[in-house]
Each structure stands twice: as structure tokens, then as C-alpha cells.
Design a protein around this ligand. Sequence first.
Ligand SMILES: [Zn+2]
Ligand SMILES: [Zn+2]
Length: 346
Amino acid sequence: MRALRYDSFGGPVTIETVPDPRPEPLDAIVKVSRTGLCRSDYRAWKGHDADVVLPCIPGHEYAGTVVAAPTLPHLVGRRVVVPFVIACGDCPECQHGQGQVCRFQRQPGFTDPGSFAEFVLVPRARTNLVPLPDSVGDDAAASLGCRFATAWRALVGVARIQQGDSVVVFGAGGVGLAAIMIASAMDAQVVAVDISDDALALADRFGAQVIPVGARNRPQDIAAQVREILPDGAAIGIDAVGSPTLATASVLSLRRRGRHVQVGLMDGDSSTLPIGDIVARELTVLGSHGMAASDYPELLRHVEAGRLEPQLLVTATVGLAGAASALVGMGGSGQPSGIRLVDPQS
Ligand SMILES: [Zn+2]
Ligand SMILES: [Zn+2]
């Protein structure tokens, strides 16, 4: 099969012909229809993720069709999405429905061959395949593998958003825009903070009031801008980027007893949050990491009903060759906004 591959961190990303994956009895093989280009792919290629095994076929956010499943033959031919955290199904976390933090987790594009390929192997298929309703198209389904599901779980499962809560989203990339769409669908008052005018234009389209910031803004200044819109502060703040400045700005933007959710990964875990403020105002700081397959049905019901439309976040679709140049270019300025998808069959 054709697949994108790199052999060294920061090195060339090339299209190679590699052996088709062969399933063991508990595995499935999925023919990839759409796969998303996520910032984590860029971090992995740059060598900022200690779990990456070289040579690496990147890609962890995808939807496709099951073409082989030795112990689940009834799923062959079904369209599926697969969460990027491949859970074992057996460990204590998995037994409690928390496969997103499985202690034996594997991740395509990091520990295992990824989805920038015609086919991808899904270990522990019974635990990890999520069948898709026919009405949920490939463009909508792809980002459910990582970014859209991550935003959903951060707001609904982790922050426990209530109808009418105020939400401030730091970073209007794929995860941030998804969070804006989800919070708006729940009648939240949503504020979006970003440095990109293009990203903020999309945030505005999906229902957020927008705050442009510069790379040198201090957290205190950003929080003051949020409070011009939300004088009492936000019920929920999300750092969708992974920035010490934005994480601190999020905490400072919260109302009393508000919840900060950290979604973006930080290089070097270098954040210092204002602990005194967290104690004095009884703030809650939460981490959120993907979503277990068992939590997908509720999200899929909202997508099926048209209350959430992940496909509207898709701004471009490229083939494998386009994915190679897009991946290595992700660190540059002027990046396209929204979710970019790859069709690895083209
Ligand atoms: Zn991702
Ligand atoms: Zn497990």
C-alpha cells in the first residue's frame, strides 16, 4: 500500500510503498477514507513526542471502512471511526470505561503505524471500532477520531458544561473551533482568543465573540480583555493550544469556582499556573485526553441529528502528496485555518 513515512525527526516525509498490514485475530484492518492533519502529527515529526517509534507512518485521526476483522466478521464493510487512543479493553481504567487513559494504550501515528496510508491496523478491534451511522459522512467522521471528540469530551465529560455556561476558548484551531461549535450548540456564551484573524473569522462564524491577541501579550492582559466581555469571568476556560501563557490566561479568566481544562500539549510541560488564585477562588484545573470508544454514541447522536456539524470545520482536503508538504509546513506562520483532511486513496 501507499503510505506517508519519515525515518528521522524533522527529516523528509515521503510517499512509500509498504507492506499491507496483516491482522492478528483480535485486530481489524480499516481502509482509510479521510484522515485529519492534526498539530500532534507535527509535534511527533519534530521529535517532541517521546512515544514515537521510527520509521513512522503519521496520522491518528481518521474514518474508513472495515475490510478485515477476523473475530468480528459482521463488521466487515461497516464504516467506522476509531479513537486515537487505542485501548486494551482489559486494564482497570478500561474496565471502568476510561479507555482514553488506558495504561497499555497504543496510538497510530506515534507508537504504531498511522492513518496517512491506504490501510491502517486497529488493535483490539472489539474495544476500539466505533460504527458510524450512514448519515454521518466521511468529512464529518474524520475529526471524530481526535479533535472533535477531544473538544466534546473536554466540555461535556470533563468540564460538565451546563446549559448557558460561559466558555472561553484559547486557540481557534481544529480543537478550539470544535469546542466553539459544541459550546454554541449548548447555548453557551462563547469567547474565542487567537492570534490569527482567519481563525477568529471562523470562530465568529461558529458563534464566538472574538479577541485578537499578539504573541507578546501577557496572561493578565488577555484575561482583562476576556473580562471586558464576561465581567464575572468564564465558567469554563479551555487551552486548546498548549501554551503556558494561554493556560495561565485561562485560569485568570475564570469566574469563582470556574473550571480550566487543559487540552493542548505543552512542549516540556513548562507551565506555572497561579496556585494562590486557584485556591482563593476555588478554581478547578482539569486535564482531558481524547475520548474512549464507549463514549462515542452520545456525540454521534448529536452529529446525526444535525445539532453538531463537524464537516463545516473542514477547510481543505488534499491527497498523500499534499499531506507531506502540509505536515512539514505546519510550523510556519500563515497556516490555513480550520480542519484539513487527507484522502489517502488519492
Ligand atoms: Zn490529534
Ligand atoms: Zn486498558
